[in-house]
Structures are given as structure tokens and as C-alpha cells.
Design a protein around this ligand. Structure first.
Ligand SMILES: [Zn+2]
Length: 243
């Protein structure tokens, strides 16, 4: 039973990596992780490899101090501190995505644009009503722009607080979910909402979803069946049809 739970978590993590790549949420850089299903103080993440290429053999088990349980000479993502900091700060969260989706980036770059990034269509209600913004300059001044120290990971997790998505200046975003299916859906919708917003903003003032609409729609979407349907669709598009 325990081995089966771990094998399933690893299989879904591989599929989640491939979906993120296929949908262009993540290209050569960026990563996906899942909390260990039996040990809350550990998580699984690929070795340092682009998600398009991730296989079962690439998946590594990590402590929440980002130490590999068995490294076997494999290189590791420098930004894995993003994931451990989230798992330490959020017992309700079991999966995380860090991405640099090109459609989301303008909202982290143009001055004040992050305030314009909120859900505008029903499927994006899963992003939540509040999407905070993190600027590495605030705590760390000039850096190499990677989030690679424990302090930087913790700072990001504090900025995320109890929300679902975090915009990161000149870099990308973090998304979290209660499971991999949720976080994959959220990351895809984060990118889609950005595309729609970029097309809508030049047309005139934008009508955003209201907090009440977001709450009701979000609860409905995260309720089970929509997540299974979306996961099956995205997994098929990523090459896992009919398994
Ligand atoms: Zn990054």
C-alpha cells in the first residue's frame, strides 16, 4: 500500500512535468513538486532537468531542508528552496509549481501591472481573489535573480501567505494546490488568464470577477470531477492517452 502510494505520486509527478511543458507553462527552466504522500516532512521533485524530459528515474526525494535522501550524483534545482519553504509554511498544500510563463511575465514587469492581474474568466477563479506580488529587491537588493537561499525561499512563502499564486518581479510565478491535479490546473489557468487579460486590456476597462463569483466558482471547480476531467485532457495532450 505504501509503495503503491509512492509509485502513484511519482507517476503523477512525471505526468505533471510533461503537462507543464506541453502547455508551455514551463520551458527549459521551472519545476513541479509534490509532498511525500506518507511523510509530511519530505517532498518529491525532479533532478535538475527540463520538465519536458522528466522520467521516473529523475524523481528525487528531498527533506524539507532540501537535502536529497539519495542523490546518486544527480544535479539538483537551485530553486528547490521555493518548494520546501511552501511545504513548511503551508500544511494544507501538497503540490507546487514554479514557472516563468511568458504571458504572465508582463504583469510582473510593467510598473503597477501586478495589481491588474486578477481572474477575468470563470476558469481562472481557481487563482483566488488575492494574488500577491514579490520583488526580490525589497528584502535582498541586487541578486542573480534566482530564488536559491533559504531566506529567499522563506520570503517568497511569506509573501504567498495563504493565497494560491504569487507573482515574482522580472521572473515568473509560484502556484500551489492541495494535490498535483489542482496545481497543474491552476498553473495552466494562470497562463490562460494572462493571455486573455493581455488581449482585453487594450479594448478598455476590464470587468474582473467579483470576490463572490471567485469563491463560488472556485469551490465548484476544485470539487473533484472538473479536476479529473481537466487532468485527463491535459495528460492526453501530453502523450499519456489511453493508459
Ligand atoms: Zn525561476
Amino acid at each position: 500500500m505504501s509503495d503503491a502510494a509512492i509509485a502513484l505520486a511519482i507517476q503523477e509527478l512525471v505526468i505533471a512535468n510533461r503537462i507543464m511543458a506541453h502547455e508551455n507553462v514551463i520551458d527549459d527552466f521551472g519545476h513541479v513538486s509534490v509532498r511525500h504522500p506518507l511523510r509530511a516532512d519530505r517532498y518529491f521533485i525532479s533532478r535538475s532537468r527540463s520538465p519536458e524530459l522528466v522520467t521516473r528515474e529523475d524523481i528525487m526525494e528531498m527533506t524539507l531542508d532540501d537535502e536529497p535522501v539519495e542523490q546518486n550524483g544527480r544535479p539538483m534545482y537551485k530553486e528547490r528552496v521555493i518548494h520546501s519553504a511552501i511545504y513548511k509554511a503551508r500544511p494544507d498544500i501538497n503540490a507546487a509549481v514554479h514557472h516563468h510563463a511568458k504571458e504572465v511575465l508582463p504583469f510582473t514587469i510593467s510598473e503597477g501591472a501586478h495589481a491588474k492581474y486578477r481572474p477575468v474568466m470563470h476558469l481562472a477563479a481557481v487563482l483566488g481573489a488575492n494574488i500577491p506580488f514579490w520583488d526580490s529587491q525589497d528584502d535582498f537588493g541586487d541578486t542573480n535573480m534566482l530564488i536559491e537561499t533559504r531566506e529567499q525561499g522563506d520570503s517568497c512563502a511569506r509573501a504567498l501567505a495563504d493565497n494560491t499564486c504569487l507573482l515574482i518581479r522580472g521572473h515568473g510565478a509560484n502556484c500551489v494546490g492541495r494535490n498535483l491535479r489542482e496545481v497543474v490546473f491552476i498553473a495552466v489557468q494562470m497562463m490562460e488568464n494572462a493571455k486573455i487579460l493581455l488581449n482585453s486590456l487594450p479594448l478598455g476597462p476590464v470587468v474582473y470577477l467579483t470576490p463572490g463569483e471567485i469563491e463560488q466558482t472556485r469551490n465548484m471547480q476544485l470539487g473533484g470531477n472538473p479536476m479529473t476531467r481537466a487532468w485527463d485532457y491535459r495528460a492526453a495532450r501530453a502523450g499519456f492517452r489511453g493508459i
